[in-house]
Design a protein around this ligand. Sequence first.
Ligand code: BGC
Length: 898
Amino acid sequence: MCGLLCGRRENPIGVAPDRVRFSWKVEGPLPRWRQGGYQVLVGEAPGALEGLDLVWDSGHVSSSNSTDVRYEGAGLLRSRSYFWKVRVFDERGAESYWSDVASFEVELDPHQDWHGEWIGLGRESFVMDPPEGVGPVDPIRNAQAPAPYLRRSFGVEAPIVFARLYITALGLYEARLNGRRIGAAVLTPGWTDYSQRVQYQSYDVTELVRTGDNVLAVVLGDGWYSGFFGFQAKHAGAHYGERPLALVELVMRDASGREVRIASDGSWRSSTGGIRRADLLMGESFDCAREPVGWDRSGFDASLWAPVCCLPRDERLLVADPGPEIRITEELAAVEMRSGNDGTVVVDFGQNLAGWTRLRVRPGAPSHVRIRHGEVLAEDGSLYTDNLRAARQCDEVKVYGDEFVFEPCHTFHGFRYAEVSGYPGELTAGDITAQVVHSDIPRSGSFECSSQRVNRLYANIEWGQRGNFIGIPTDCPQRDERLGWLGDAQIFARTATYNRDVSAFFDKWLDDVRDAQLPSGAFSDVAPRLGLDWGGAPAWGDAGIIVPWTIYRMYGVRSVLERNFSAMRAWMDFVAQGNDGYLRSANLGNNYGDWLAPRRDETPRELLATAYWAYDAQLMSEIADAIDQPEAASDYRELVGKIRRAFDEAFVEPDGHVRSDTQTAYVLALHMGLVPDALRAAAARNLVRAVERDDWHLSTGFVGVGYLLPVLSQNGYDDVAYRLLEQDSFPSWLYTVDRGATTIWERWDGFTEEGGFQSPEMNSFNHYSLGSVGEWLYRFVLGIEPAPGAVGFEQISLRPHPGGSLTSARGSYESVRGRIAASWERAGDMLRFSVEIPPSVHGRVHIPSADPGAVREAGGRSASMIADFPGKLGVREAVFDVGSGSYAFSGPLPDFLR
Ligand code: BGC
């Protein structure tokens, strides 16, 4: 057994009681093995798992499930370690060995376990209440305020055997114990709607506490709480409050079990230091002369520091961070450095990313060094920053002759290039690196094919995800926006689930989505909501249903459905209001349509909205079934039927035309099951004609693009899907690749055909939405797809769709049951396909061929069935039943590939 997770995280410290759910994988190779049952044991010590002193024994449960298994024992104590292990049984009842032991700790009781107050810089007055919408604060002053430094010294008498630090901030914090930075997480505590929910991190600091004098130190930043964020041009900063504050609870136990607690209270001292200002959009300034040396260790004289200001805790919910930590995951070296005439040096890191630069200033003259960050260069080679709008992305450091390594802690930038000015002496490549920062989400997918340009596209999709999954899924990491747009998230969610295990990440963000839901039941356009009361937009609000369903489908995490079900129902009720005729024409909020469709968006908004409503209803019926709500399921099924009929009447013509004749209209109608079966073939043909009319270019915006290639491939038009994939004139994915893109752009022509950039008002070079084609690369090019209706890849349907100019493709997906790999190549007249399937997974392999009867598995097995291949009309496929194991097949190439 391997991959033991609790709450979809490895050995979490701080997990909510309702998120204590266990997952595991069975290690192969175990040919054709399937799980028939499991047994989970939980105890208070690893040793207890051997004996009778158990907290919970699930007993032998007959089930093939291995994700999201709920803890059903007695109440768990807070701030205690628990240990667990699992064994599994095969279908005949034979047991496996026991897994290794994993652990978890339940989060604090929000009402009883916190003893501290919110503390911040002394000698200041504070406004505690979150302002309504926009803060009454002067944002410029705020962005220029020095960071609060807080410290508390304490003595420890006996050796400590258990120490946990629970810490959060309204704002950002970085914590240190005896001069050592605690944990690897950055930008903590992350972003939530701080007026409702504040998440904290929980750290094991047992090794850092020492007998004798200790110092706990915290540096605060404005972050999302009180700094610039969102549309800064329109709204001043300080969305939630005026000044950052910290809340701390350090719990220590010695060998005798005696407990000592250090909480944030009036005994802490405060001052300011080297960080003169720090802001997420604007950047950070550090002055070495102002840094109090040794302030975070014992022996420092803090007698001149002011007592902190204290504010009582209030109604805000305090929760353990359920998501993955935001961390520095990679360091990139400069690939090119160019000096300008004005003494600046422009550094190219070769990759657009989110994070910051780390700069070593060598000994020399006192200097004021500035580092500005941007995604692209202007024609004259200088840094282009117009598209950042009001964001400045500028870090500064003042040095006085000594060597110093500068790295900001309370900001992040979206950039590929850095422009350094004021550097003392000559800046060399060894002096500066880019630190890549994002939610550290385990990688689960890989993809590689014979086209280097498509490989670059795939890499751009992955980098787009990395640059934008920072605590929440944002639209972009660079300009004054960086918001959790629901539309972007829903269209990209499926791709995201293949690239990385985003189950915990999205589970956390769905908390934000629920917090942001409007009293009307409308899901908002962005979550967290930041005081904007926008909601109800088709294809945006629908994320509240599509995202939980995608997480369930891909990972089998049923609890995500349970947690969000009542919010989803409220959304369905909201959508139904005013739409009595089952066409969704009222309650459409900002109604963005097929956002950023190239040239013109001609898809009727009512059509798009109604299609999404039908899709929601369809998914709701499946969701209700999955969580045993049969009545709700049948209500939603009935609703689907009504919306379909209304849609057909309003938009589908008897010859299979869908009104407006746009690609997006066909794609939505086909994907969302809105074209009667008898007309599907005609509608698909009409979609192809629409593509042809655009000279084999796509004409979809954010909304249509996600399903475009899947719909073509499912309806017999792989050739058209490949043609669009490999198209390289505007608008197309390879148009951006050929212009040097290293991430997905917001617009198909961020850099226009005429030369020059699109309007700086909206021209991000790191927006993941149009990267939703990633799902097609996994599902169709590689053919890694769950079987229809299957959950968590228990049943698979491995069906490669070879085509275009590709001669081979290979890749893998680390599913919740283990690694699924697929690779195919054209070898002369033959098509070879090999797959790897993990234990407990079974299903079918489908291979298109000119002569399916001649397709053989290595060893001689021939197909158990011959069927129609959905990727190309008139082509047949060989079908093999498979269980876990490795298989290789080969057969005559289908004619269309010859
Ligand atoms: C964002 C998009 C978002 C859109 C809503 C833009 O400003 O960057 O990604 O979905 O607004 O229409």
